[in-house]
Each structure stands twice: as C-alpha cells, then as structure tokens.
Write a protein that binds this ligand. Structure first.
Ligand code: CMC
Length: 428
C-alpha cells in the first residue's frame, strides 16, 4: 500500500477507501465516493469558517502560525519591512521576484501615472452624505471604477489585467484620501507625482493652503513600513472574498470592492479602530484589571488580541511595536501607549490568554501609530485596504491562472424542513 494515502473505513458499510495524500492534504472530492448506497450523494466535509479547508494552492504568502513566521514569496516579513519599500514589495508579491533597479523604476512610473481619478469620480464622491464613513465611500467608489474601465471585464487578457492592476494600486490612495477630505468637508488634493507612494498619500490627506506640504521622512517611512506589513496575509476573509468574486470572472474593481467590504468588518480590518476605542474606554492603567475580567467572562473581546492563524506573537505586531517608538519620537508619546503596554503585559501573563494562545495581533499597536500621525480611527480600515489591494490582486491573478480553480460554490448540509404543502393565507 502506498504510504502517501489515507485509509478510511466507513463503519456504516464496512467498506474501506484509500485516498491519495498530496502536500498533507486529501482532496475533498475524493470523499464523495464514500456512500451508503448508490443513491447517496456521497460524503462531504463540514467546515464552517473554513478553519481546516485549503481552498487553493498558493505560492504568495507563507505563514506558520505556531512559530509566528510570515514570508512573502520566501522572504521573511522582517527583512522586507526593514530593507524594502512598499512598491518594491508590491512588485515582489505580484510577480514572484524582487525587481531589478530598471524594473522597479518602470513599475514606479507605471503606478505614478495612474494616480489621478476621472473628475466624475470626484463628483461621485462629493455626493456622499457629509458624515459618510470613509470606508463605505471607499468600497462604493472602487466598485464604481469598474464602470469607467469596462474593458477590465476581459480578465483573461494579460495586458488588460496588468493595466487594471496598476490603475487599482495607483488609485486606491487617491480614493482613500478623497474619502477622508470629504468626511472633513475639505477640498480634495490632486496627486503629486514627484512624491513616494506614501508621501503622495499623506500629501493628498493633509495638504492645506501651504504652497508645499512637507512630510517628515520618519513618518513617511513608518507608513511605508506599515503598508508593507499589511500587503498580504494569505487566505483570510477578504482575500477569500476576492477569490470568490473573481472566480465568477468579475472585473477586478468589483472584486476589490467586495474584498474591501469584507475588510470593513470589525473582526477583520476594523479591529484597529476597535482597539483604539477600547484603549480610550479603559482610559487609565488602573482600569485594566476590571476590563480584562470582563473579557475573561466573555462580556467582550480584548481587541487586537487573538488570531485565527497565529497561536504565537504575530510577527507584524513585533515590528509595529518598534515603528511605534520611532513615530512617537517625532510626534510625541501617545498617552494611550502606557495603557496598551500594560494591557499586553497583563494579558501575556494571564492564564485565560496564555491557555488560548491569545497574543497581540497586527492591529494592537497600529491604531496608536495612526492616531499619532493624525490619521483618524474612521480611516483605519481604509489604511488597511490600500496595501491589501496588492495582496488581493496577486491572489486574484494566481487564482485566474490556476487550472484547478472553478467558480466558488461550496456545499451545505441541509437541515431545514422536508417537503411541505403550501398553506393558503386564510388557513395560517
Ligand atoms: N479576547 C478574549 N477572548 C478571546 C479573544 C479575544 N480577543 N479571541 C478569542 N478569544 C477566546 C474565545 O472566546 C474562545 O474562548 P473559549 O474557547 O473559551 O470559547 C477562544 O479564545 C477561541 O476563540 P475563537 O473565536 O474560536 O477564535 P477564532 O480563531 O475564531 O477568532 C479572532 C479569531 C481574530 C476573530 C478573535 O481572536 C477575535 O475576535 N479577536 C479580536 C478581534 C481582532 O483583534 N481581530 C483582528 C484580527 S488580526 C487582523 C486580520 O488579520 O484581519
């Protein structure tokens, strides 16, 4: 008997099946042959939240949650964050290799020349209610972009795909900044092509009436690094949404909008806003024990703690903690940092959190940095969506080029009524 197989005995029938194992996985479709009789549909795997289901084979991001390892295309996140830039890492994630100097320059120029949005997009955005949430505006406006580029539907044409990937990466900071300016009742700033990706974003966010907006290089670099840390995280909720929408051959604007909508959820991209709100609510170090008790009783969750995959310190959280110190040297110390540090210390020693392997995740410190940089909490999910657009697009391309992939269509275990007779209205 081959060693790379799994032998399954169905005790209902006494029959034995041998299922091939590849990369430590069996194919769920191989279970279908397990039947009690010929009319039986066949065995399925029940996995709400896909906690143990590999939906694809991917070469983009490697995570070892137990050891706290994150790599993109084989490169450790620590090295990319310390030595690389966001656009360079974006190129790597999308193309599989680090760019040469010439490739990076061409890539940079390609992105820079697509940062402007059609004036109609500006008008569309200005029609949102004055207090519209920037993430709601972001999701809707990215979706609207599909109507400006109808040829984007031709997802199997490599040239069309590349052009729209550049457009999306270039335009998401513009849309993000416009959504912020709208929420503040401020005029929109057009992109400044001489600046770096993050420098231009900060310029569009914050330039007022001064002739030239000056960005502190340490803050520009900190944001660039935060963008690197958020670039991709394999098959999470929003990426799965991206692949799901993309599997129907939808254009990338619609798919990115859908992925961003998933990211809007407080358990995903909204968590750093929730962390900051939590830190404000706690307010003082002396209130921490009572707050933590509430978490342990299940009254609330300790936001910024825990992760579906990491059962160890999230490597991104470690890097962000270091960046936080650099940012605070420029902006002054965020008073909530003391609350965060003490909360982390208590939680890491408390049996409840230790037993459940609940460590700080990427969102625990990022909100404090953003706040110190005057980036308001409502913008946090948008700040996540900008770099993650790269990851979504890389995963989308990989999915389109993967001959194994078909339209996403999970099964269900039907637990509802058997057939019933319609009851007329006067008899109900
Ligand atoms: N505070 C208190 N208890 C928690 C927390 C938390 N933050 N997270 C998990 N638990 C407990 C949970 O109550 C459960 O306990 P028990 O076994 O007694 O019922 C146990 O830990 C396992 O929790 P789970 O809900 O099965 O874990 P999950 O893998 O489904 O959830 C999570 C992962 C990230 C949704 C969750 O840890 C959470 O809600 N964290 C707070 C929100 C947050 O910080 N989200 C950002 C995630 S990182 C960004 C990203 O990649 O999107």
């Amino acid at each position: 008997m081959s060693q790379d197989t799994l032998t399954v005995t169905d005790n209902r029938t006494g029959r034995t099946y041998e299922l091939p194992i590849t990369d430590d996985t069996i194919r769920a479709m191989d279970l279908r042959q397990i039947k009690v009789n010929d009319t039986d549909f066949g065995m399925m795997a029940y996995d709400p939240g896909y906690t143990n289901t590999a939906s694809c084979r991917s070469a983009i991001t490697y995570i070892d949650g137990e050891k706290g390892i994150l790599r993109h295309r084989g490169y450790p996140i620590e090295e990319l964050a310390e030595k690389g830039t966001f656009l360079e890492t974006a190129y790597l994630v999308l193309n599989g290799e680090l760019p040469t100097a010439a490739q990076l320059q061409e890539w940079h120029e390609g992105i820079t020349h697509h940062t402007i949005v059609h004036e109609n997009i500006k008008e569309l955005m200005s029609s949102f209610r004055y207090d519209a949430h920037p993430m709601g505006m972001f999701v809707s406006t990215v979706a609207a972009l599909s109507t400006f580029y109808p040829s984007a539907k031709d997802v199997e044409d490599a040239e069309v795909r590349d052009a729209n990937i550049k457009r999306l990466i270039a335009k998401v900071p513009t849309i993000a900044a416009f959504s912020y300016r709208h929420s503040r009742g401020l005029p929109y700033n057009y992109p400044h092509n001489e600046l770096s990706y993050t420098g231009n974003f900060l310029h569009m966010m914050f330039k007022m009436t001064e002739p030239e907006y000056r960005i502190h290089p340490a803050l520009e670099r900190a944001l660039d690094m935060l963008f690197i840390l958020h670039i991709d995280h394999e098959q999470n909720c929003s990426t799965t949404t991206m692949r799901g929408i993309g599997s129907a051959m939808a254009d990338p604007y619609s798919a990115v909008a859908g992925a961003a909508a998933a990211l809007y959820g407080p358990l995903h991209g909204g968590a750093n806003q929730a962390v900051l709100e939590m830190l404000h609510e706690i307010g003082d170090v002396k209130n921490i024990p009572e707050y933590v008790e509430g978490c342990k009783k299940g009254e609330r969750r300790l936001m910024g703690f825990g992760h579906r995959v990491y059962k160890n310190y999230d490597p991104r959280a470690k890097l962000i903690k270091d960046v936080a110190q650099e940012v605070f040297e420029v902006t002054g110390r965020n008073p909530l940092l003391d609350v965060a540090l003490e909360l982390e210390k208590i939680a890491l020693e408390d049996e409840y959190f230790v037993k459940r392997k609940l460590y700080p995740n990427v969102d625990f410190y990022s909100g404090l940095i953003y706040q110190a940089m005057n980036l308001p909490p409502q913008m946090f999910p948008v700040l996540f969506a900008i770099p993650r657009t790269v990851g979504w697009l890389a995963q989308w391309c990989e999915m389109l080029d993967d001959g194994d992939q078909r339209i996403a269509r999970p099964r269900q275990v039907y637990v509802g009524h058997d057939v019933r007779e319609y009851v007329p209205m006067d008899q109900r």
